[in-house]
Design a binder for this molecule. Structure first.
Ligand code: SAM
Length: 235
């Protein structure tokens, strides 16, 4: 795994140190082992894990610099993109949040094994945790991958972002359509689209688009609405 990751990262011009590669190797081994008893990921083939989980997560670093920042990953699941980003940015602080505690227990094992003291986990729904003053409008960046469509996701994620901070969404070809549906949500949530950034991993047909949103003003305490509503009835 390590050798393949090293090669793909070098081709993608993403600089990984030997220590980072060691941490990715440990993460990979524990992910595959734990996945036998716990549903963590449908992606298990070694090259797919490298491309679709590891490189995909850290390809964000080609367009944004999270160095020294305070970052939350909403709906992190088995730790994507949060764990790879925390391995890559040792000097940034990460909060990994999910509503499924079993996945967070797995992440806690990884943080211990990989010595990732820059990760903390929090169990709960974004709709509830975003009203806790410890987390509300505190983060430089919020990131999220494969959690919800954009209008819903904006309501779940932007309450964590401080004024002037950014929410970066890992999206697919459907982005344009989702942006069309997000006009009202962006207005209510005091955010504007900052940029859209396409990316393909070299020598693959693997495509990703990042959409980032800047928080312009403090948000009304009404948002996010109660658990379930952002998905059932998007803004
Ligand atoms: N981000 C990971 C990835 O890309 O592999 C996991 C994606 S998984 C499809 C979606 C995750 O979001 C699940 O682990 C689920 O428990 C979590 N989730 C969904 N809605 C949530 C909410 N409202 N608050 C917190 N977590 C949520």
């Amino acid at each position: 795994m390590k050798q393949y990751l090293k090669k793909v990262a070098a081709d993608a011009e993403i600089p990984l140190t030997d220590l980072m590669l060691e941490k990715f190797q440990l993460f990979y081994e524990l992910l595959i082992e734990t996945n036998k008893s716990l549903n963590l990921t449908a992606i298990t083939e070694m090259k797919d894990v490298v491309l679709k989980h590891f490189i995909d997560s850290i390809s964000l670093s080609k367009f944004y610099d999270l160095s020294g920042c305070y970052v939350i990953d909403v709906g992190t699941g088995a730790g994507f993109p949060g764990i790879p980003l925390a391995i890559f940015y040792q000097d940034a602080e990460f909060v990994l949040m999910d509503s499924l505690n079993k996945r967070l227990q797995f992440i806690n094992q990884i943080t211990e094994k990989c010595n990732l003291s820059n990760i903390t986990t929090i169990h709960g729904r974004a709709e509830d945790i975003a009203h806790d003053s410890v987390y509300r409008e505190k983060f430089d960046y919020c990131v999220s991958r494969a959690v919800a469509s954009l209008p819903t996701l904006l309501e779940l994620c932007t309450p964590f972002v401080k004024v002037g901070g950014k929410f970066i969404s890992y999206k697919s070809e459907l982005l344009q359509e989702e942006l069309e549906q997000s006009k009202n949500a962006l207005k209510i949530l005091q955010c504007v689209l900052e940029k859209k950034q396409d990316y393909s991993i070299p020598n693959t047909n693997y495509y990703r688009v990042f959409a980032s949103f800047e928080k312009k003003k403090e948000l009304s305490k009404k948002y996010p609405r109660q658990a379930g509503k952002p998905k059932r009835n998007p803004l």
